[in-house]
Structures are given as C-alpha cells and as structure tokens.
Ligand binder design. Structure first.
Ligand code: DQA
Length: 151
C-alpha cells in the first residue's frame, strides 16, 4: 500500500514555530517517526511539504492512480483554501485531514475547515499521533479487505 503524506504551509518550521502549540520536534523528526511506523505496518510512505498552495494542488492531482490514500495537514489553508478543497474533490483517492493541535480548542477561525467535508474525516489534537491515526485508518481498511478476501 502506498500513502502520500502532505504537509502544508509553515510545517517546515515545526520545532521552531510556537513550540507550546506544536511541540519541540521538527518536520524531520515527524518524517522519521512516520517512516518507522510505515515500515512496521508494511506501508510505503511518500512525504512532501510545501508552503505553496499550487504545489500542494499539483501533488493532490498527481496522487490519482499513484497512491491508495492521502494524509494531509493543510496548515492554515485548511480554513480558507477552496482551491485545495476542489483539488481533494477532484480525485477518487481517499483523503484524511490531520492537525497537530486541537483546532476546535483554539481561535474561532480555526474551527472551520473548508477541506474536511471532502475528506473521509478529520483528526485533530493528538500531536504527531494525528498522522499515525490517519495512517492507521488505511492500514485497518487494508487488513479488513485482506481478511474478507481470505474468507
Ligand atoms: C495546524 C492548525 C492550523 O490552524 C494552523 O494554521 C497550522 C497547523 C495543526 O497542525 O495544528 O499551520 O494545521
């Protein structure tokens, strides 16, 4: 199984940016954690980060036919990028939206996601584990598919 992990704007600043909200670990640390987890679950992960909306949109389009699922942290684009929302709606690959912080416990403008309605669901507030939970959704679904095929 191949999953695409996308990180949006300012997530390259993890570890330096607002550590009281996002923790002390860097994007590299996040990617190392996910790589290790992916290997333990027999999942191939491709991890990309961009501060550019258009770049994220191109990667989402390219994911069609290339990946079995996407786990995306759209950063602040979550709250206003109709273009990212439309990109997610334009592909048949299932997408899960994740957030490190609990967006529902913060400023009002963070409580709305324009992207989540086009996703399988949203996972928010579990630190880096939000990504692990997103990956786990796809792992569990794969395992269920495999066990139905066996019976
Ligand atoms: C974030 C939450 C967003 O509101 C914020 O703009 C981010 C990070 C999170 O992971 O908690 O950049 O997506």
């Amino acid at each position: 199984m191949d999953l695409l992990i996308l990180n949006g704007p300012n997530l390259n600043r993890l570890g330096k940016r607002e550590p009281s909200v996002y923790g002390n670990d860097s994007l590299k640390d996040l990617e190392a954690l996910l790589t290790q987890y992916g290997e333990s679950k027999n999942v191939n992960l491709t991890m990309r980060q961009s501060n550019w909306e258009g770049q994220l949109i191109d990667w989402i389009h390219e994911a069609e036919d290339a990946f079995d699922g996407i786990v995306i942290n759209p950063g602040a684009f979550t709250h206003y990028s109709i273009a990212l929302r439309d990109a997610v709606a334009s592909i048949s690959v299932p997408v899960i939206e994740v957030h490190i912080s609990n967006v529902h416990a913060r400023e009002d403008f963070r409580k709305e996601s324009v992207i989540a309605p086009n996703c399988v669901g949203q996972i928010s507030g579990f630190g880096f584990d939000s990504y692990i939970m997103g990956i786990d959704f796809f792992v569990r679904r794969r395992n269920e598919d495999e066990s139905t095929r066996e019976t």
